[in-house]
Design a protein around this ligand. Sequence first.
Ligand code: C5P
Length: 409
Amino acid sequence: MEPIALLKDKRIVLGVTGSIAVYKAIDLASKLTQAGALVDVMMTEAAQQFVTPLAFQAVTGRAVYTDMWASADSALPTHIAHVALGEGADLLVIAPMTANSIAKLAQGLADDLLSVTALAARCPLVFAPAMDGGMYSHPATQANITTLIERGATLIEPDEGRFASGLVGKGRLPDTPTLIGQIRRALARSGPLAGKRIVVTAGGTREPLDPVRYLTNRSSGKQGYAVAQAALDAGAEVVLISSASLQTPIGAQLVAVDTAQSLHDAVLEHSAGADALVMTAAVADYRPATQAQQKIKKSDGDLSLQLARNPDILLAVKEMAQRPKAVVGFAAESENLLANAQDKLVRKGLDLLVANDISATDAGFASDYNRVTLLGRDGSQTAIDRSSKSAIAEVIVEHLSSLIVKGSA
Ligand code: C5P
């Protein structure tokens, strides 16, 4: 697991309760720790019937709390465990959370370390119910969940599927990436882009020749998805317009497109009045002039293709009545990188341009790494040496934040 800037040194109190899904919480605690968070686990009596505290201690490298009467580790703010755990915590996550613990928190009961800590903590609460049979849909559980949500807690909805009992229904703890995605959303709520709407495009477009073939390019969509995730981590509302089939970041609204024309239409629709548009997509400049209705048959001779020009989306955005407040473009160049990029910045009316040299073999298309230079409208240049696409996305989003929040690059 790669470090996640948003999680770095965040103190997350992870409460685990007595559900068979508690084994998945070990993976959650491990991945959060690998991502950079400081995870303090507290376990109910019932949770310890399924796994031992040692398992959590091993993956977090920190003390695990089980006893309401024991003292807190000296690294925490006070020696009173239930106060110390909540004090200064960034987030309280309870996963898996049984119907019993949900009922206790809804009622404000405080008879074990987890329920006392939940009462004492002042940080936001995220909870992931997990229970077998019809317990999740029972009106009592639903009413208790509603009570917690009304008090400001964030519900991570359980998945549907097969339970340990063999029954099928809603009540399974979601997988770790989903839990981490929801935790990121909760932590991002007070980020610099909170309340801002950012439209991000990603992936290479596909231009059909006939019902089975298309023209495309080598763009994987990875850089665009990383930008979408970084904008989410900064608290933005994100519309991701994409032709790629990667995992949609939790919290992004996905608009699926394929051709340059469909991308053009989606961009004009969704970016009207938006705070920013980040055009990471590699848009095909040409499409087959005609699309054959039937599969093109092979014949002995060569086949010629007539190509028609696609619209330039950024030029169309430049003319919009409700143009997004900031527009970021990308330039993938194989020669004269900075001169071509500077020309695009001006011609396409951009606030920021991300130039990448696609002639390198250790970064760029399909790779998890990139090497870019950011060119600002004000003439600023920021070169970023080979870094992960997520690290580059974070720098792009920082520039974006200063453009739309402070009004300067
Ligand atoms: O293809 P080109 O190098 O001109 O792309 C530079 C920027 O323009 C990119 O941000 C790309 O998404 C955008 N673009 C566009 N419409 C096109 C081609 C590219 O908006 N038809």
